[in-house]
Unconditional design. Sequence first.
Length: 122
Amino acid sequence: MASVGGISCTFVHADGGSIPPLRERSEKWHTTGIDGYGIQLLGKGDAEFAVRAVLVSNAAGIALWAASLQAIQGTLVSIIDDYGVTHTNCYLEKVGNVAKTPAKHDALTTRGEIKIVGYKTA
């Protein structure tokens, strides 16, 4: 089952398809009169991500779920996505506000969605 920081979700969709791995960052420069380029490797990074966590529950369940996710903003967590892949060392930089919509099949059921932005640290 999908989850963010151990908090169960119905779905966890990664914007762009998946949470990216750490990649080598570099800086390039060119000096006038000298052939070629200078390149300095800066270490691994460049692994920002955005996911959309979704829960289908009743209105009270959505409110509790949203508060739980917002409480872990600023922490390192593991995220399990829709495919069952576990992504570790994910820093949650921003946990957005919940967007609630009533489910079409049942008037007592609500769909909650929260956008979470962060980056891999290791």
